[in-house]
Design a protein around this ligand. Structure first.
Ligand code: SF4
Ligand code: SF4
Length: 280
């Protein structure tokens, strides 16, 4: 939705600024696009920080009339979160992924606020997953943080830091201690990247990526432009061959594999990440 964010985490993947969002996509334009396909979409609201998007809760309210949403948030904007909890039906929200970013939050004396916002949403019936980016600097305090948040009713899942720290690349150079933390959260530390080049895939048809300016891309891995919701979007008529070597997204849910290939991939995923996923 935006690259802007009210936090400034040192390890953020994206260049972020805390400026105002001046050119939001209008809700009507977005709804026209979503509703025109006679389909129900699951719309992943992410950023940056989606709760800083102008009228974000109203946007969610209108999208969830016919569709479903998921939200990635730093859970810091209490007023908007309380409003979201009141106005949005949990039955229309797939998951809320809340990132803890403990150092940023401590700088702002906002740890109690995070706990409160978590419970506001959990008490309203939303499913929230709290992620803790395990930057190497967090190694010594991680166990105490997990304990503290557990006592406050907030379960934490570690997430790998991906980037360079002290000239070393992570997560490859994690200490044995951090590796052992991920060993007890097998699904959290490993993300599968596939190579499905040449395999028929329904992305561009039933799975797409929208950029903040309304540009529609086939998927996060294949950035072929299919149009812009302000003008015209031409979605693929069905599955077409994947044209890239790295599928960093949810491609496994959209590629056409025969049953044997599907079970083989599923077995590998289960072995490497400990997680199972239903293919759509
Ligand atoms: S909260 Fe997320 S998007 Fe914002 S600066 Fe931190 S990592 Fe980046
Ligand atoms: S397999 Fe992955 S990268 Fe390729 S088109 Fe499908 S979703 Fe995109």
């Amino acid at each position: 939705m935006t690259r802007n964010c009210n936090f400034q985490c040192s390890y953020c993947y994206f260049p972020h600024t805390n400026g105002k969002i001046t050119d939001p996509v209008s809700t009507d334009t977005l709804l026209d696009f979503l509703n025109n396909k006679n389909a129900r979409w699951l719309v992943g609201m992410t950023g940056g920080e989606p709760f800083i998007y102008p009228d974000f809760v109203s946007l969610c309210e209108q999208v969830t009339q016919n569709h479903y949403i998921g939200v990635d948030t730093n859970l810091s904007l209490s007023t908007q979160i309380a409003d979201f909890a009141k106005r949005i039906s949990p039955s229309r929200v797939n998951d809320i992924y809340a990132s803890l970013h403990i150092e940023e939050r401590e700088k702002r004396n906002a740890v109690p606020q995070f706990i409160e916002n978590y419970h506001t949403l959990a008490d309203a019936g939303f499913t929230i997953k709290v992620n803790y980016v395990l930057h190497p600097l967090m190694e010594d305090r991680y166990a105490a943080d997990v304990e503290f948040f557990k006592k406050n009713g907030v379960p934490i899942t570690p997430r790998p830091f991906k980037g360079i720290y002290n000239s070393l690349k992570y997560p490859q150079n994690y200490s044995a201690n951090i590796k052992s933390i991920f060993a007890s959260h097998p699904g959290a530390g490993t993300k599968m990247v596939f190579n499905f080049r040449g395999v028929d895939c329904k992305s561009g048809h039933s799975f797409i990526r929208m950029e903040p300016d309304g540009t529609i891309l086939r998927c996060p891995g294949d950035r072929t432009v299919l149009g812009n919701i302000h003008n015209d979007v031409s979605l693929n008529a069905g599955a077409t061959p994947c044209a890239v070597d790295r599928c960093p997204c949810q491609g496994i849910n959209y590629v056409d594999l025969n049953p044997a290939e599907g079970w083989f991939i599923e077995g590998m995923r289960s072995f490497l990440t400990g997680s199972e996923k239903k293919r759509r």
